[in-house]
Design a protein around this ligand. Structure first.
Ligand code: TNX
Length: 598
């Protein structure tokens, strides 16, 4: 049975009857985890007009949280039962209880109309244990309230890893007490690249960083939502801001500015002094981030700087290194030893595999899926985050109608269709820890824009991370998105409005070239009339359209039923449609051009 929720649970059975939640209830919770999740339940129910008190004893409680050491539930799984006696959520861990509550919240009508829930028994557990999303806060800075809203959203959809990209060429964003210049100097750049053709840098300083107290606040906020933060300090590449702060870190020793344009970077020089600096930074980082994983970057190291360095040439002789990827490995292996010595696991971008890395390092496959496939074959754990479908800095629709993005196309359906285990032999699949999407922020200057890039495709990510591959079904998912669009509006998350879809019938239709990117089709028919149906997955959207080729606005003709369009031989008609929300926000358009043969 399919429920109107995202991500779809693994096992659902309908029971007969329904449960009307009373206006005033008690919630049973006794352990710290049960009470933590019960607090979220109280806040949610209050918004539904239900007042709830937390009690230690299950007797008589309408909502009951319980933790049991039941292996069948799995580390993050839960069972949820709604019947005449109320609602019971059981799990092995607090994370499981939290996910049970997220499911329960989605069982309430998303339009707020009723507090009656159909009786149901759900048994659920995630497909992958790494369900991640990365936010780049270097290229543009996102403040603590924005990061917390980002965590609310991710955890509601059962994502459990927040990869925080804290340093890059364009700004260092985390206070390191031992090296204050990283933030007093390295967190500011003197302008930002704002246009692409031609490259256009807008003047004025751009700064931002988190204090260690703020980091601790966010770590605690994430922990309450069972999200593990994986902090990243990108090294040895993407280190311009660090080198600008402490020039001895670079091979030339020269003072350089923090980058104002995207792309182009300086690497850390693999000297003992620079490696010790990175270790000290990581040491402090580990004191504020308690999670098991520390990400140390490793992507896109520009070897030209090392090639020009007498130090690196000597190092290669001394260490018998013959290639520059091997020089990178020399660096990575020292860093990995340090991270391991502190009881943590190093995570790095897939380049760290090239020159050789120990089996304990976790590989993040971003240059497609090859890095992850290779990692698994070698026996390394890997996280799949291929550029293309899982790069949430790419366009979500017709570039002509979308805000400026870095390039590429990753529609929600492309995200949905991605299978993290594709091409991984069965006996190596246990090495694929999971999936992650990355929000690189070069062209994302504001929080509103950031949520727009994340949504709605983050929900497709949630389902490929949580729901078993064999239960995935795009048609079902699209239908289940209806209530989610209502929830996103209620919660005031900015998201890309899905543009309408067309269904054309009449005569023998031949569909050919897609015009204007991904949002227009052209069709040929031999019939004297065609029927054009227009639909949109947002339940509360009005559909508007034109037939004169112009873009529809809120004031255009409202769509009520399928259009019957008469066509003379050789005649061509164009229907352009858009969806409009009650608040006036209008989707981009979809166009269909139909031509009758002569
Ligand atoms: C490559 S993905 C990068 C980032 C850029 C991104 C833009 C990766 C590990 N490195 O520095 O922001 O492309 O899509």
């Amino acid at each position: 049975m399919i429920l109107p929720i995202v991500p779809q649970p693994a096992h659902v059975s309908a029971l007969s009857g329904s449960y009307a939640v009373p206006k005033s209830i008690s919630i049973a919770a006794s352990t710290p985890d049960e009470r933590n999740v019960a607090d979220f339940a109280v806040a949610f129910l209050r918004e539904r007009g239900i007042s709830a008190v937390i009690v230690p004893n299950a007797n008589g409680a309408q909502l009951r949280f319980s933790t049991a050491n039941d292996a069948s539930l799995g580390a993050e799984g839960y069972s949820l039962r709604v019947d005449g006696s109320g609602i019971a959520i059981a799990a092995k861990t607090g994370a499981g209880l939290y996910y049970g509550l997220q499911t329960l919240e989605q069982l309430f009508a998303q339009d707020g109309s009723s507090n009656t829930i159909s009786d149901v028994q759900i048994q659920d557990a995630p497909a992958f244990k790494w369900r991640g999303i990365m936010l780049d806060v270097s290229r543009h800075f996102f403040d603590v309230p924005t990061v917390e809203r980002f965590l609310d959203l991710a955890s509601h959809y059962k994502l459990n890893i927040f990869h925080w990209h804290l340093s890059d060429d364009q700004g260092w964003r985390v206070e390191i007490k031992r090296y204050p210049r990283l933030t007093t100097f390295g967190s500011c750049r003197n302008g930002s690249e704002v246009g692409k053709n031609p490259r256009d840098v807008e003047g004025g300083p751009y700064c931002g960083h988190y204090t260690q107290d703020q980091i601790r606040e966010v770590v605690a906020y994430a922990a309450k939502r069972y999200v593990t933060i994986v902090p990243e300090i990108d090294m040895p590449g993407h280190s311009t801001a660090a080198i600008a702060s402490y020039p001895f870190l670079g091979c030339s020793g020269k003072q350089i500015p923090v980058s104002t344009t995207w792309g182009g970077s300086y690497p850390i020089c693999p000297t003992d002094r620079a490696i010790e600096f990175e270790e000290n930074v990581l040491d402090e980082l580990m004191q504020i981030f308690p999670g098991p994983y520390i990400h140390t970057g490793g992507d896109e190291v520009p070897f030209s700087q090392w090639k020009a360095s007498a130090f690196v040439t000597d190092l290669m002789k001394r260490e018998h290194l013959t290639t520059y990827p091997q020089v990178q490995s020399y660096f990575e292996n020292r860093i990995e030893k340090f991270v391991e010595s502190k009881g943590r696991r190093m995570v790095g971008w897939d380049e760290i595999l090239t020159g050789g890395i120990s089996r304990s390092a976790v590989i993040m496959s971003w240059r497609g899926t090859e890095g992850g496939i290779k990692a698994a074959s070698l026996g390394n754990d890997a996280v799949m985050t291929p550029d293309g479908p899982l790069y949430f800095d790419a366009y979500q629709g017709d570039p002509e109608q979308e805000p400026l993005a870095i390039g590429g196309l990753s529609t929600m359906q492309m995200v949905y269709n991605y299978d993290p285990l594709a091409k991984i032999p069965a006996d190596q699949q246990s090495h694929i820890l999971g999936v992650q999407a990355n929000i690189w922020a070069e062209w994302i200057p504001t929080a509103e824009h950031m949520f727009y890039m994340a949504l709605p495709r983050e929900l497709a990510l949630s389902e490929i991370a949580w729901t078993p591959q064999n239960a995935k079904d795009w048609t079902s998912f699209e239908a289940r998105m209806g209530p989610q669009y209502l929830w996103l509006q209620q919660q005031r998350y900015n998201f890309r409005l899905p543009n309408p879809a067309f269904a054309v019938t009449g005569g023998t239709l031949r569909f050919d070239n897609v015009v204007r990117g991904v949002q227009a089709i052209s069709a040929h028919t031999d019939a004297s009339s065609v029927t054009v149906a227009i639909s949109d997955p947002m339940p509360n959207a009005a559909l508007v359209y034109t037939t004169d080729g112009t873009d529809p606005t809120g004031g255009s003709t409202h769509y009520a039923h399928p259009l019957q369009l008469a066509l003379a031989p050789g005649q061509r008609v164009e229907v352009t449609a858009a969806a409009v929300l009650p608040d006036g926000r209008t989707s981009s358009t979809t166009k269909v051009i139909i031509e009758r043969s002569r």
